[in-house]
Design a protein around this ligand. Structure first.
Ligand code: COA
Length: 433
């Protein structure tokens, strides 16, 4: 049978497709801007059909209505990364949070910790051989589809066709729903003076020929602003956004000095505007692989001069980094932070940078503290931390004693808090600052 015939046999409307989900199933939803929104919305609309369906999702960029209070008997959300649409449900105990390195999520699915009954995915239209691309979200979405009992796919003709290990054949899909809608966009953040100063300080640590991992948000975008005079930069990152496109077009990022995947940007998901999605469409310089490859520290470290830049909520005097919770309140998740801190630390000439504004809550709280808030999860341990950067400078902590690393951190704290921090330092170390 030709793939065209297989395709036709599997085609159905969105309500028929979500009817295949059964009460008690574990449903894994495609990640971030790759969320198959028509499927998730149809599932929520048909909620009376289900009892106790577990929805596993990481960064949720859709509406996440399955996490609202009236969904309680029908759905229970299990979050691997808490975000704006799911934070309240987790805080109120109506949803769960499961800690896991981003690189290890596929293992949860494949090795029986979280067996997948249904994968809801959004993919590109098939090519002439019947292969659809995972487009903007390969990450855990492809591994989930590979081990799910049932794969329900939204085939969106506006999903870019990204290359790499990024394809699924129509014969591997159980239900096909054709859709046509723009991929969710994420507008570039506002970059203020504080972020610019942090960006400039981070950029001072990046040398020509380095390979970069940048997260999402104002700090990574601010770093990119200060890289315009660098040469031969490369990208090996869990994601990238529009800022990278500008540097590729300016010839700053050309991936020519990468130790592995020379000439290619390696990434596992993408989030940005249509400009980014048009750039990656059928672009052989961008390769997408599942997250258990891209974020594997043993793969990351193979790039010499690997520089990772990630953000955090608090750093204590010992250099313990809390990036995902404020006290006991789960704010986000570990994501790929530790994958890249480890990978960059092990890379020859590598640098792992934690970059953050020196204060939070409009300057009222110092992020550099003698002790983390009670209940805060340590995301990056003091043994792994390398550089901490604020708008006031760079603290280099690797190989430094507890006393010295605390001193370095106080030097980059906001001046309004330094006096108080110095007093704490003198008390703790029984010495004059
Ligand atoms: N005490 C109390 N509140 C704090 C705080 C602190 N030390 N630090 C931050 N906050 C509050 C802020 O005031 C802000 O609240 P508001 O929204 O009401 O103003 C909120 O927490 C978010 O802080 P902010 O620094 O603006 O968040 P962000 O969107 O820049 O994200 C992280 C920062 C650390 C949460 C985010 O980078 C993250 O989740 N990192 C872990 C995952 C990761 O690194 N992944 C790899 C890269 S994709």
């Amino acid at each position: 049978m030709s793939w065209h015939e297989i395709y036709k046999q599997k085609q159905m409307n969105v309500d028929e497709a979500v009817k295949k989900i059964k009460s008690g199933d574990r449903v894994v939803v495609g990640h971030a801007v790759g969320e198959p929104q028509e499927l998730t919305e149809a599932m929520v609309k048909n909620k009376e059909q289900y009892e106790n369906v577990e929805i596993v999702h990481m960064v949720a960029m859709g509406k996440s209505e399955y996490a609202s209070p009236d969904m309680a008997p029908h759905f229970r959300h299990n979050s691997i990364f808490v975000g704006g649409t799911t934070r309240k449900a987790v805080a109120e105990g109506r949803a769960d949070f499961t800690p896991c390195y981003f690189s290890e999520i596929p293992r949860l699915f494949k090795e029986g910790y979280l067996p997948v009954d249904v994968a809801l995915i959004q993919i590109s239209k098939p090519d002439e051989h019947g292969y659809c691309s995972f487009g903007v979200s390969n990450d855990y979405t492809k591994p989930a589809a590979e081990c799910a009992e049932l794969v329900i796919a939204e085939i969106n003709d506006q999903m870019p066709r990204t290359l790499g290990d990024s394809f699924i054949h129509v014969s591997e899909i159980d239900c096909i729903v054709e859709t046509s809608h723009p991929v969710i966009e994420l507008q570039p953040p506002r970059i203020g003076e504080v972020e610019k100063a942090i960006g400039e300080n981070c950029a001072s640590l990046i040398e020509d020929g380095a390979t970069l991992q940048l997260g999402i948000g104002a700090i990574p975008d601010a770093v990119l602003l200060f890289l315009k005079d660098k040469k031969d930069l490369g990208i090996h990152s869990e994601m990238f956004s529009d800022g990278v496109v500008e540097l590729v077009e300016a010839g700053v990022i050309n991936n020519s000095k990468k130790s592995i995947h020379k000439g290619k940007m390696v990434v596992t998901f993408l989030m940005g505007t249509k400009r980014l999605y048009d750039f990656v469409d059928n672009n052989p310089s961008v390769e997408m692989y599942p997250v258990d490859y891209v974020n594997d520290p043993c793969v990351i470290m193979q790039n010499d001069n690997m520089v990772s830049i990630n953000s955090c909520i608090q750093v204590d005097f010992m250099g313990q980094v809390a990036s995902e919770s404020i006290g006991l309140k789960q704010f986000s998740g570990v994501g790929g932070q530790v994958d890249y801190v480890r990978g960059a630390s092990m890379s020859k000439g590598g640098k792992a940078i934690i970059a953050m504004p020196s204060t939070a809550s409009r300057g009222q709280i110092s992020r550099i503290v003698p002790m983390l808030d009670e209940g805060s999860a340590v995301t990056t341990s003091r043994n792994d931390v390398h550089y901490v950067v604020t708008e006031y400078g760079v603290a280099s902590l690797r190989g430094k004693s507890l006393k010295e690393r605390a001193r370095q951190l106080i030097h980059i704290a906001h001046p309004n808090f330094r006096e108080e921090l110095v007093k704490e330092w003198e008390k703790r170390f029984n010495d004059k600052f």
